[in-house]
Ligand binder design. Structure first.
Ligand code: UGC
Ligand code: NI
Length: 171
């Protein structure tokens, strides 16, 4: 198998911990609220923001699907804030992240979310763009608003290719 092929692994809090937080309500005990008529899964992730006049903003993303095997030619990072994506339906999606090596992305790691899982990239984490697979997918995005340059992109000399584990082909 080529050295630039990545097999997506199941997304777990531990494996993702160097890159951010997995947003997964099944990992916390719910708190009753509203006289027990609702349950709150509290503090699933924190969206840190940096810099004067920074705010935390919520957006809605209608994302088009990508073909699998996924060709990853570019990753990006947000130096002034974390970025969280929460799926609005229970379809898995692909997550690609890289360690930072002296200001450049190192070897990527690819993950396949479990249905309903979201991610919160920590401040400055190299990541691929939001990647639904199989069908269009809507997300809430929670990240930084405010002045300053909060996007840094890196184009790989040679692209990486992400494949799914054999037993988990989607679509
Ligand atoms: N914000 C935006 O346009 N997209 C990226 O930040 C991304 O992570 O998908
Ligand atoms: Ni991003």
């Amino acid at each position: 198998m080529s050295a630039r092929i990545l097999v997506a692994q199941p997304l777990t809090a531990e494996a993702f911990s160097p890159f951010g937080t997995v947003i997964d309500k099944t990992e916390v005990a719910p708190r009753p609220m509203n006289a027990g008529r609702a349950r709150r899964f509290h503090d699933l992730a924190e969206v840190a923001v940096l810099g004067e006049e920074s705010t935390v903003v919520i957006g809605h993303v209608e994302a088009e699907p990508y073909a699998v095997p996924l060709v990853v030619g570019l990753v990006e990072r947000h130096p002034l804030g974390a970025q969280a994506f929460v799926p609005l339906d229970a379809s898995p999606f692909l997550v690609v992240v890289c360690p930072d090596e002296e200001g450049h992305p190192g070897r990527p790691q690819a993950f396949l979310t479990a249905p309903g899982q979201g991610v919160c990239y920590a401040v400055g984490t190299w990541h691929g763009v939001l990647t639904p697979i199989g069908a269009c997918q809507d997300f809430l995005v929670i990240d930084r608003g405010g002045p300053g340059q909060n996007l840094e992109e890196h184009v790989f000399d040679k692209p990486w290719t992400v494949v799914l584990p054999e037993l988990r082909q989607v679509g």
